[in-house]
Ligand binder design. Sequence first.
Ligand SMILES: [Zn+2]
Length: 260
Amino acid sequence: MKFSEAYDLANVVWSYFFEWNMPEEFGALLNVRCEDLALRLVKPHKDSALHLFLRRFYTMNYIWEFERSRDDMLNLIIQEYEAVLQYNTIPYRRSELPLEQDVNYERLAKRRISYLRKKLPVDRIAQDTFQLLFRDRAFLLRFNDRLSQSVRSLASLRTSGLVTRNGTLRRARLPAWLRRGIFYRDNGRCVSCGSDLTGLMFNGPAVHYDHIVPLAAFGSNDPTNFQLLCSRCNLRKSTHPRTWERYPVFWGATPSKRAS
Ligand SMILES: [Zn+2]
């Protein structure tokens, strides 16, 4: 894993959801009216909505930059693309950068940009970034909350059989790979009270795979919308979207005066 790129993208995506207010662009990045995505929101798919979002965001972010940029920025974009390819040791055809005083500068630069863009390792960067963001349930809550606003618009597609009479998505059976993934991410503990749900040492409360944004609140069955709860906490959880920021630590270190 080339962490630094994944952290960069995770950071920008995090800001997109928590700091920027660009609701209209979310619809352009993830169009739930696209049949393929709508189906995935009902039946959990390994290539989740977040994977899809990250791939589009990574590509679009460059395109937005590209469209916004003035001509004198084109060389900077080329240099940035080349840096990504070099970092990932992806071979590409080297050529001289077009010079701003060239008569055909803009045409040459744009051609070079589109050549380099096709080589960017988008799938890998999105997959690595997913590994980081999937662990952050506060982020997943925000992502799925945003997604639920789009799911509301599916109500008009009742005939497709994907939605109930209320316009919410149908409940899905969780495949084993997803149950194992959520169990592993949440360390076999209830994310609310911390109860051990592994069943290894004692017979505790039952394991519930809870929708972070409930289906009743237009949540989906996307893999990113699940968390581990014990049966007791699940009964207490209302139909409001909710998660808890409980993450296990390896150990808590207190800086010692003598060591410093
Ligand atoms: Zn609990």
